[in-house]
Design a protein around this ligand. Structure first.
Ligand code: F68
Length: 825
């Protein structure tokens, strides 16, 4: 290629000027989309700009991967069943810092960037916090120039789309990819076979050692890679998110095709491809379905084959494996990686058991995200035996070695051996995946300090006794690039205008705002931006739901999955109490509130779905009652997602983090809201505790039972009725719900909720109600004093430095993965 042609190409694909971006856009509209300006649809425009942005990543991406290879660096592989990446175009424009140029380029052609951006589809390849954390981590890894690769599943259908009909959640499918996805590169050359079923046969090696072979496996499926670039913010690094899609090994099954059974021949192909069809929509519930186990093995097997293939490119033996490879298990979902790596090293690479085990333990790290008993993965032995017989055998062997060691180290302590066994005997023989993950990893961590303490002292106590040096804490974090710079541009600009833009990669810099909390002019600017954001959200709510909200009211926000332990019920009971106060004519002096909810319930979780209906029913009554007017509104924003979070968070005044103490492992929404200047009302749970330490006790509203109180109530025989009898406000609210005041068309509709609260109340809603209402009074009082409120709001943002995912990733890199940033040679 001559110099001039190359220079032209270079400009078109690499330069970031408005002119070059415009050329690139026009090139893709014509030659990729095959459209002209007359025939181009909104989607063509979106794709053309997406390709123009993607072009700017390609060289950096290639060079990053080359530098990892050339420098033979240790890499971390992040194995996660879920990623919630959010809207892609806006993120990439921020990372590459080309938003203004693109806006200008499009404007010159008569297009508005914001309109084109509305075509961005959000791949919802996750349920909630765990999936979003995985994505924040990818962003931090790239921004810190750390050699990393994420592995996951390219679900054809992500998390369901939530529609609200008559106040009830209904689910429709999310075919996010139906119009193609310009951000992913299919890699048909990268396919790995994954097999299931069959049996194990034993033979002897020439030296007389037993050798096992997994034979007659069928249902072979191919895992095909799709790569998504993961750029770091303002840097040269572009890492990879590699998602696997299931492809049939054969186009059609000719055995059936040739006998004329065409339908059967295609349906067998479809069956195998079902593996990556749909994301299981449960968070914190283990459903134990065969297809789920197949998904877990499918992505683990493909990822490990890929990791070993890459390692072998420049390493003739496995001696250096754990010096070059770290693998992080994002919860137990990928923990079949432990027996799978053992199988690959022993059966395929012919290493001895001892060598393979040493490598395996040195390679893996394991993160636990929950202590909910119903979320603890257990797979029935019979299912594992039928689907993955060789893995079951390896798991048994791991367990035998482990228990032998325990019996040697703790002689006579049979109880300990029973407690830590990977195999559970009753009520059904099953494999405890968390035990497998702990035994097979050199490090196990919780996601906030309290959560880690609970793991050490309660949930995994016997393991902590055995492996005290394996347990450690890594408090979660969030990426400030998305959760401040992108989602709240006005506030981000104000901050930058005062303290410079270092905070974007060094969030501790926000501390420089602390003195400004006492500066009236700055508080004024801060308050104006909050008001602008509230007006925007109010407009959106009005358009979407026809509810007009008072922008001077407290925007009181609870956005997260709907779950009994997160206690949306406590919030809605407080709403009913406020409503009654207004109806009693005692609303004078009440500080107006808009209580905003958003979140999905797992489709099979009936109680959570009923909570959604209750929120709507209370909302209907309150929002249409002329006595209430502007004093109180209840809003439920449907189909919560990353982009909905980006819309809601900048406008929040109050962040509801009210889980029963001990149950929320960390929470990350709490960090996002506080970073955007919301004050938290919360229990001493998860990361709330650390948020309190950072912002100071006087700048957060803490209420309710602490972990020890909850435990004590349980030990002493908790009686929720005692609280009901003692508190008239609570009694009246519950009675209204029970009697059908909010559901006259079906008066008994909410009985399951009332019954759960009065008999059992696992999550101590009744016990915490009074303290919660009292605390909300304080919130209202302080909100009524703008000088005080905005001072606290500024101090919240200013003290969020600790909760950058950059800090979290640096800790993992140092304590678990032992990886270093890569500088280009
Ligand atoms: C998804 C599937 C299954 C089978 C179990 C759990 C989940 C899931 O989504 N869990 C989840 O999101 N957990 C949350 O992880 C966050 C990140 O660590 C924490 O901040 C939350 O406290 C925790 O609930």
């Amino acid at each position: 290629m001559d110099k001039k042609t190359w220079a032209n190409l270079h400009q078109c694909f690499r330069e970031n000027s408005a002119e070059a971006l415009q050329q690139s856009f026009q090139f893709h509209l014509r030659y990729t989309q095959a459209k002209d300006e007359y025939s181009a649809t909104a989607h063509d425009l979106y794709n053309s700009i997406a390709y123009a942005v993607r072009d700017r990543l390609v060289d950096k991406w290639t060079e990053t991967q080359e530098s990892y290879y050339d420098q033979d660096v240790k890499r971390v592989y992040f194995l996660s069943m879920e990623y919630l990446v959010g809207r892609t175009l806006s993120n990439y424009m921020i990372d590459l810092e080309i938003r203004p140029e693109i806006k200008q380029a499009l404007k010159a052609l008569g297009h508005e960037l914001e309109e084109i951006e509305d075509n961005d589809v959000e791949p919802g390849l996750g349920n909630g916090g765990l999936g979003r954390l995985a994505t924040c981590f990818q962003n931090s890894l790239a921004t810190l120039s750390l050699p990393a690769c994420g592995y996951g599943i390219r679900y054809e259908f992500g998390i369901f789309y939530q529609k609200i009909r008559n106040g009830f959640q209904t689910e429709t499918s999310d075919n996010w990819n139906r119009r193609g996805n310009p951000w992913e590169i299919p890699r048909p050359e990268l396919m790995f076979p994954v097999k299931f079923f069959g049996k194990v046969v034993e033979s002897k090696s020439p030296t007389g050692q037993p050798v096992y072979e997994w034979v007659d496996a069928r249902d072979d499926v191919m895992a095909m890679a799709y790569d998504i670039p993961v750029p770091g913010y303002k840097c040269e690094t572009v890492n990879t998110l590699r998602l696997w899609s299931a492809k049939s090994t054969r186009e059609l099954d000719f055995e059936f095709f040739n006998t004329g059974d065409y339908l059967r021949s295609v349906s067998l192909k479809a069956d195998t491809e079902n593996i990556s069809k749909v994301l299981y929509p449960n968070d914190n519930i283990d459903q134990g379905k065969e297809l789920r186990l197949k998904q877990e093995y499918f992505f683990v097997s493909a990822s490990l084959q890929d990791i070993i293939r890459r390692y072998k490119k420049n390493h003739p033996t496995f001696d250096q494996f754990s010096e070059k490879v770290a693998v992080q298990l994002n919860d137990t979902h990928p923990s079949l990686a432990v027996p799978e790596l053992m199988r690959l090293l022993i059966d395929v690479e012919k290493l001895s058991w001892e060598r393979a085990w040493k490598i395996t333990v040195e390679t893996f790290g394991f993160t636990n995200h929950t202590i909910l008993p119903e979320a603890m993965e257990k797979w029935p032995v019979h299912l594992m035996e039928y689907l993955l017989p060789r893995h079951l055998q390896i798991i048994y062997q791991i367990n035998d070695h482990f228990l032998k060691q325990i019996r040697a180290d703790f002689p006579g302590n049979d109880e300990l051996a029973r407690q830590v066994s990977i195999v559970q005997e009753t009520p059904e023989r099953s494999i405890r995946m968390a035990h497998l993950a702990i035994v097979g990893s050199h490090k196990t961590n919780g996601v906030a300090r309290l959560h880690t303490e609970i793991l050490k002292n309660r949930v995994f106590k016997p393991f902590y006794q055995i492996f005290s040096d394996r347990f450690h804490n890594k408090t979660n974090g969030i990426t400030p690039r998305l959760w401040l710079k992108t989602c709240n541009p006005e506030l981000a600009e104000l901050i930058t205008s005062i303290i410079g833009d270092q905070w974007i990669t060094q969030l501790d810099e926000l501390k420089k705002l602390v003195p400004l909390a006492d500066d009236a002019a700055f508080r004024e600017q801060w308050a104006t931006i909050k008001m602008n954001n509230k007006k925007n959200l109010a407009k959106y709510i009005d358009c979407l739901l026809g509810i007009s909200v008072n922008v001077d009211s407290i925007f009181d926000v609870q956005i997260k999955r709907i779950h009994e332990y997160k206690r949306q019920l406590l919030n809605i009971l407080h709403v009913v109490a406020l409503y009654n106060r207004i109806k009693d004519g005692k609303g004078d002096g009440l500080v107006p509130r808009t209580v905003i909810f958003s979140g999905k319930a797992a489709p099979g979780y009936h109680q959570a779905k009923l909570i959604i209906k209750l929120i709507h029913s209370v909302g209907d009554k309150v929002n249409h009652d002329p006595d209430v007017g502007d004093l109180l509104k209840v809003v439920f924003i449907p189909n919560y997602s990353v982009s909905k979070a980006e819309k809601i968070i900048p406008s929040a005044d109050l962040s509801e983090q009210i889980s029963t103490a001990g149950w929320e492992a960390s929470g990350t929404g709490n960090m996002k809201l506080a970073l955007n200047g919301a004050l938290t009302i919360g229990t001493l749970d998860g990361a709330n505790i650390e948020i309190m330490e950072e912002v100071g006790k006087e700048n957060i509203f803490i209420f309710g039972l602490e972990v020890e109180d909850v435990q004590k109530l349980d030990q002493d025989g908790y009686q929720p009725r005692d609280f009901y009898d003692k508190n008239q406000t609570l009694k009246r609210a519950l009675e209204m719900i029970r009697s059908g005041h909010f559901s006259p068309e079906d008066p008994a509709l909410f009985h399951p909720i009332v019954n759960a609260l009065l008999s059992g109340d696992t999550f101590k809603v009744m016990a915490d109600f009074e303290a919660y209402c009292q605390c909300q009074e304080n919130v209202a009082k302080e909100y009524a004093d703008p000088k005080l409120w905005f001072k606290k709001s500024i101090l919240n943002s200013a003290n969020m430095g600790k909760f950058s995912s950059d800090r979290t990733i640096q800790e993992y890199s140092r304590d678990v993965w032992n990886i270093q940033p890569v500088r280009r040679s």
